[in-house]
Design a protein around this ligand. Structure first.
Ligand SMILES: [Zn+2]
Ligand SMILES: [Zn+2]
Length: 334
């Protein structure tokens, strides 16, 4: 049982707890401890032997007990109980995914919009993890509170990108955008702008509670857009605090599969969207996936290792995951 495997156990506990509003704080504590394990990757066996698990940031007595169980038995009785109670069991047809094959993240933010780090800091963070590529996908203009990027600012950003690129060996920066899917399904930037970008992630952020027929039309229009590569956090949900959009998922997923548009599994513990169950439906509909941290700071890249269990639970094999492809096979880089 290594730190990443244990992080995934704590992450799943946090995820299941999050679905009960009363457990909100405990859920956050488990997610934070999972994050800390995925970031620092401590030697758990040694720490447990020394009865020093609580020296890990975010690990108190209760979480240390859960970890001890995991380290000693390879399982968590607490997690098993939660799975049973929430009727979200493990499955015997989960896929086998090796984190070592993860080539890069295509969804990240910088201080050009609402990220908390510069592009150089984000690039160095990805480089330190051995990523081969990183998509810089700040927000589009509609998200005014975060100073979304219009065409002019995208041009300015590309100049900075060229400079940052020259400082990070081995990592290829992809210039992209997380463009808002507007209420009618059109996108928040003109085609001529989207066309020149390496990665276009189209995401629903506002008016998620549109009635399902209108929402279906909106999402169908977005997946049919010729420049869209990925649908970001496809329901917009925040487990425990905000229900996501409701639409004809099967219809939209089938269209996405037909158009070669990938669906995102956003590993941010506040999102975890698509859920494993929805991701399985998408997989069975023929979709490909992007598994991304949606990082707003370099430390958040660790969301991917801690949440990879979601893709496994969904049964998604590696050949359906963009991030496991080398750069030259990324279909989005035209
Ligand atoms: Zn987003
Ligand atoms: Zn984002």
């Amino acid at each position: 049982m290594d730190a990443i495997e244990a992080a995934q156990v704590l992450s799943e506990i946090g995820y299941l707890l999050r679905q009960d509003p009363k457990e909100r704080f405990r859920a956050k504590a488990f997610s934070a401890a999972a994050w800390s394990l995925a970031l620092q990757r401590p030697n758990l066996v040694d720490l447990q032997r020394a009865e020093n698990l609580t020296s890990i940031e975010g690990v108190g007595e209760g979480i240390a007990r859960v970890l001890t169980d995991v380290i000693q038995t390879g399982q968590s009785r607490y997690l098993n109980r939660l799975r049973e109670q929430s009727k979200q069991p493990a499955r015997d047809d989960e896929s086998d995914l090796d984190l070592g094959d993860y080539q890069g993240d295509v969804h990240s933010h910088t201080d050009w919009s609402d990220g908390r780090a510069t592009m150089l800091e984000m690039a160095r963070g990805a480089q330190a993890l051995g990523y081969r590529y990183l998509g810089i996908t700040d927000h589009s203009p509609r998200i005014t509170v975060v100073h979304g990027l219009n065409a002019e600012r995208l041009v300015a950003q590309s100049r900075e990108m060229a400079e940052v690129q020259s400082q990070v060996d081995g990592l290829t920066l992809l210039q992209g955008i997380e463009v808002d899917i507007l209420e009618d399904g059109s996108l928040d930037l003109p085609d001529a702008v989207l066309e020149i970008l390496d990665v276009v992630i189209a995401s629903p952020h506002v008016k998620l509670r549109q009635e399902p027929a209108a929402m279906t039309e909106r999402m169908m229009r977005a997946v049919s857009h010729p420049h869209v590569d990925v649908i970001g956090h496809p329901t917009g949900r925040r487990p425990g605090s905000r229900e996501g959009a409701s639409y004809d998922f099967e219809l939209v997923f089938q269209e996405a599969a037909k158009r070669g548009v990938a669906l995102e599994i956003d590993c941010d513990p506040a999102r975890m969207d698509l859920s494993p169950e929805m991701a399985r439906l998408a997989y069975e509909s023929g979709c490909s996936f992007a598994i991304d941290a949606d990082a707003h700071a370099p430390a958040e890249f660790a969301y991917v290792p801690m949440a990879l269990w979601m893709a496994r639970r969904a049964g998604i094999p590696r050949d359906r995951i963009l991030n496991f492809r080398p750069l030259d096979e990324l279909t989005m880089t035209r």
